[in-house]
Structure formats: C-alpha cells, structure tokens
Design a protein around this ligand. Structure first.
Ligand code: KG4
Ligand code: ZN
Length: 348
C-alpha cells in the first residue's frame, strides 16, 4: 500500500497552454513521458482568406474557444484540475493579443487552484517537442551536447544545447525565418496559406534542378539568410512572365525548397561536427517538411530527432514538456508575470 502511494506521489502532471499565434492548444502530460491529451484548434482556414495571420482575428478566436479547449484537454486526460502539479503557458514570443488570452486563462486556473504557474518560451517548447516520446517507436531521448535547429514561421536558430535548459545561440536568421520564406514564396506562386505545406505539395511534381537558386552560406558564421532566395524566385518569375512563358509552379516550388533544405541541412550537420554534438534536434513548423526530414534521416553520421508531424507545428504538448523540465528544475512564476511578445530564448 505504501509503495503504491509512493508511486502515485511521483506522478507529475503538467497542463500546457499555447496561444502564441493561430493555434489554440491545451495538453496534459505525465512525467514528461506520457501524452494524456493533445487538443489543437487551428484557425488556419480562417486566416487563409487573408493570406496570413490577422492578429485581431486570432486573439478574438482564442478568446472564443480557450475555455472549451482547456476543458477538453482535462477531460480527454481524465485529470481534474486538483490533480495537476503545474500549469505551463507560452509567455512569448508571439502575437501580444494572442499570448494574453492563454496567459490569462493559465493565471485564472492557477489562482483558483493554487497550482504553480510556469511561463514558457515558445522556442523552448519547440525544442522540447523532441523530448516527447514518439508512439510505437524505440524512443531514445537526445544526448547532450545537442545541436538544435529551430525553424518556424517566426524564427530560425541554430542552438548548442549543453544540458537541459542550457543553451548557446550559434546562429539565427538575419532576415526572413525559414517558414516565413516558405509563406512568402508561396504567395508569389499564388499557392494557398500556410505556404510550407502548399510548397511541399507542389514540389512533389517539380524538378529541383529547374532553377539554380542561390544559397546564402554566410561562411564563417552559423547565421542564415533567406531574403535573397525569395528575391531570386521573384526575379525568375518576372522574367518568365515578361517572356510570356508558362509558369511551372511545381518547378519553382521544388527548386526553392531544395535551396532551403540544402542550407539548413549542411549548416546544421557542419555545426554538429564542429561542436562534437552527439545528437541533432530539428524542430518547429518547417521540420514537418518532408524534404528536410528526408535529408536528415538519410544520413547516418548523427542521431537525428525530429518530432512526429503533429508536434512540429504549434501545439501544447511541447509547452507542457518544457514545463515539466522547468518544474523539475524548480522554476515557478508569480501570478503577475506579463507576456513577452519579443522574448528571445537566449540573450545573445
Ligand atoms: O512552428 P509553427 O507552427 O509556428 C510558429 O511558431 O511560427 O510554424 C509555422 C511555419 C509556417 O511558416 C509554415 O509555412 C511552416 O511552419 N510549415 C512548413 C510545413 N508545415 C508548416 N514549412 C515547410 N514545409 C512544411 N510541410
Ligand atoms: Zn511555433
């Protein structure tokens, strides 16, 4: 009986809440290992009309459904509020009006229940999606030192992770984030929002060698730049228009995607070699890209951890997972914390 009680005492259950952009999400995880629930309500269809995320619309939608999303996450997990050990919520970076909705929800629950609140950096969440065990696989957690590539709609960073919650930023994008480049080029090609999946789909029937688009290697640094590539796509499009040639969207998509994947893959593996990393983590919305995944999974030099597709794009499991490690390391926040829309993961 006593043993059973001890086992029960060791259970750590974290509720994660994520509303930094256009997904309203809540999830419950147990001991950082077991996903008890994962609810994601996407507004993508709504924003497709605008060709991008419309901040006022996003925050209004979050307000409408946040309570139902959190309720559903607790219900799916068969966990009551009083059975939680902490509430982890995205504090930033993201859209201010959207972040506030999740934060207020989390504060309200923490205040009502006395359960501690832990503010999470959204990028730390993306990183920790690699620590969520994948179903039906022989899961092994990443070994430090880890080289992590975070590629999302708002950020592209190359990070050296020494230990849990200990990071050095090696490089970042000097202009557009990788996902932003996908979204902008998709718009040029008149493909629907969100651009990443549209380009991936179009590229399936395209020729990667149709165009020799530039790769910004930025030798001697671990930084990225994608705006020159975007401009090159625009110029080629304009030339073809001017010549009255038919536009082969699939060839543009394939050649563009190949250029992005080439740079992300080579710089990440070079960094892993230089810093003698044991493992590589690739996370963030762009890590859902099949060509990028194939590039990493096709090499045998490093053990590469890429989250399953549903954990690549925004979700609350990753926020709960980062919350779990912060909880274990003793982090707790006051109930008067504010959202930080421009919060950097590392103050470089
Ligand atoms: O991580 P995320 O869901 O939100 C942010 O934190 O920004 O990432 C969204 C980004 C968008 O730019 C989207 O176009 C891109 O991830 N993305 C993809 C794919 N799926 C989503 N990019 C390339 N290929 C994909 N399959
Ligand atoms: Zn994200």
């Amino acid at each position: 009986m006593e043993e059973v009680q001890n086992q029960e005492e060791q259970l750590v259950r974290i509720l994660g809440i994520e509303t930094s952009c256009d997904e309203t999400a809540a999830a419950v995880i147990e001991n950082g290992r077991l996903v008890l629930s994962n609810v994601v309500a996407s507004q993508a269809d709504l924003h497709a009309h605008f060709g991008g995320v419309f901040p006022e619309v996003a925050s209004r939608e979050h307000i409408k459904i946040i309570s139902a999303v959190v309720d559903q996450a607790l219900k799916d997990a068969h966990v009551g509020l009083d059975e939680l050990d902490a509430i982890a919520v995205t504090r930033g970076p993201g859209l201010a009006g959207s972040l506030v909705v999740g934060m207020n929800m989390a504060k309200g629950l923490a205040l009502a229940s006395g359960i501690p609140l832990i503010g999470i950096n959204h990028l730390e969440g993306h990183l920790y999606s690699a620590w969520v065990p994948q179903e039906n696989t022989d899961y092994q957690e990443p070994h430090f030192p880890v080289i992590a590539l975070i590629v999302s709609g708002g950020h592209s960073s190359l990070i050296l992770m020494h230990a849990h919650l200990a990071y050095t930023q090696l490089g970042r994008t000097l202009d557009d984030a990788a996902g932003e480049a996908f979204d902008k080029v998709a718009r040029l090609l008149e493909l629907p929002y969100p651009g990443g999946p549209s380009i991936q789909k179009a590229a399936e029937n395209g020729n990667v060698h149709a165009f020799q688009f530039p790769r910004a290697w930025l030798e001697g640094t671990w930084n990225f730049s994608f705006s020159g590539l975007k401009t090159a796509v625009l110029r080629s499009l304009q030339e073809q228009h001017a010549d009255g040639r038919p536009i082969r969207v699939e060839n543009f998509a394939a050649s563009f995607q190949d250029a992005v994947v080439d740079v992300l893959f080579k710089k990440t593996t070079d960094a892993a070699r230089q810093f003698q990393a044991q493992d590589i983590v690739v996370a963030g919305g762009v890590s859902a890209n099949r060509a990028l995944r194939n590039a990493f999974l096709g090499q045998t030099e490093f053990h590469v951890h890429i989250p399953p597709l549903k954990l690549c794009t925004d979700n609350a499991v990753m926020i709960a997972e980062a919350g779990y490690y912060r909880f274990l390391h003793g982090f707790r926040d006051e109930l008067d914390i504010d959202v930080l829309p421009n919060w950097a993961l590392i103050n470089a």
